[in-house]
Ligand binder design. Structure first.
Ligand SMILES: C[S@@+](CC[C@H](N)C(=O)[O-])C[C@H]1O[C@@H](n2cnc3c(N)ncnc32)[C@H](O)[C@@H]1O
Length: 337
């Protein structure tokens, strides 16, 4: 084997084992190791005592993570690195909540059956758990809380880019449909003091929105409404925002959601999807892997510009622009056709 062949083989070998890194990060995130290192390096015995772990096993976990740059070991103590910094709860752009979610057994077990989804085109989750991921989380509030925190973290990381990239000040009332616990809506309202908001999501999800809206100082300008977007969405607003919602659903269900928004808005209303847009070509594109997550979990999908164009037409909209934000999210703007 030439050096170049050896390097290709090693890269593929690492990729084939990548779930080991992913799960090790999940465990470190769940144990809160990075938070414990905020004021400097600590011995594994200290970390084990603080996390209720077996010191020898925790050492093996952290040694493995240090070998890929997450934490560093020196003189028998572990310290933070530029990567593990993002496992701190309050680091700007923190990945902790996301890592805590992605490794949950009910989330990564469907990936064990990705091959089934590839064969059938159907999601694995309902066959494995007997229900949709949404109903599963509604029935398991502790999992719901972990998921909602993960989405809040993701939206917090994207919010500044979205707020910067679109003139929301022209909107009078903005509904965030499937808005989770309101992280993005709160950021938009905070930056646009004349805009009023309506946060709409499932009742058990919006029940936890109060602190997010209050922290942003926008609770007095934001109504919170619980319900299902397959039944009705709040009417009378002039813009309907949906971030990372349509990708959870196949085309038929996505069109149903968008038609509901069309029915709720006036002829001068606006639709704003905040979603990844799959690009052609072979360049690294994280949405192409998120797409597989949507497949196994929900039977949803990430979409190309052409896919969005078709979806909008079927739901009674005309796509007027795809605005990049400099983050993985784009703003896909539409108006009633
Ligand atoms: C991937 S999360 C996105 C949350 C939020 N927009 C964000 O980006 O942080 C999808 C959201 O859709 C909501 N959802 C799922 N089914 C729903 C339904 N039938 N009616 C209303 N919301 C629903 C979930 O509760 C969840 O908050």
């Amino acid at each position: 084997m030439t050096a170049s062949e050896q390097s290709s083989r090693d890269t593929l070998w690492r990729m084939a084992n990548a779930y080991q890194v992913s799960q090790a990060i999940h465990v470190a995130a769940t144990l809160g190791i990075a938070d414990l290192l905020w004021d400097g390096p600590r011995s594994v015995d200290e970390l084990a005592a603080a996390t209720g772990s077996r010191a020898t096993a925790l050492y093996r976990l952290l040694r493995a993570l240090a070998s890929v740059g997450v934490f560093a070991e020196a003189d028998g103590r572990f310290s933070q690195t530029s990567l593990s910094e993002y496992l701190r709860t309050d680091a700007p752009g923190s990945v902790r909540a996301w890592a805590m979610y992605m490794g949950r057994p009910y989330v990564w077990s469907p990936w064990a059956y990705l091959g089934d989804s590839v064969r059938t085109g159907e999601p694995v989750f309902p066959a494995l758990h007997g229900t949709s991921a949404w109903d599963y989380r509604a029935a398991h509030p502790e999992e719901g809380a972990i998921f909602d925190a993960a989405m809040t973290g993701l939206s917090a990381a994207a919010a500044a880019a979205v707020v910067r990239s679109y003139d929301f000040s022209r909107i009078r009332v903005l509904v965030d449909v499937g808005g989770g616990q309101g992280e993005l809506l709160a950021a938009i309202l905070a930056a646009n003091p004349a805009v009023r908001g309506i946060l709409f999501d499932q009742p058990h999800v919006v029940a936890g929105a109060g602190s997010v809206l209050e922290r942003a100082g926008v609770a007095d300008r934001c109504e919170v409404v619980g319900g299902s977007f397959f039944e009705a969405v709040p009417g009378g607003a002039d813009a309907y925002l949906l971030k990372s919602v349509v990708h959870d659903w196949d085309d038929a269900r996505a069109v149903e959601i968008l038609r509901g928004c069309r029915e709720a808005m006036s002829d001068t209303g606006r639709l704003l999807l905040v979603e990844g847009v799959i690009q052609p070509g072979n360049e690294p594109d994280r949405m192409k892997l998120v797409d597989l997550h949507m497949l196994v979990m929900h039977g949803g999908q990430e979409r190309t510009a052409e896919d969005f164009q078709r979806l909008y037409a079927e739901a009674g909209f005309r796509l007027t622009g795809i605005i990049p934000t400099g983050s993985p999210s784009n703003i896909v703007e539409g108006v009633p056709a």
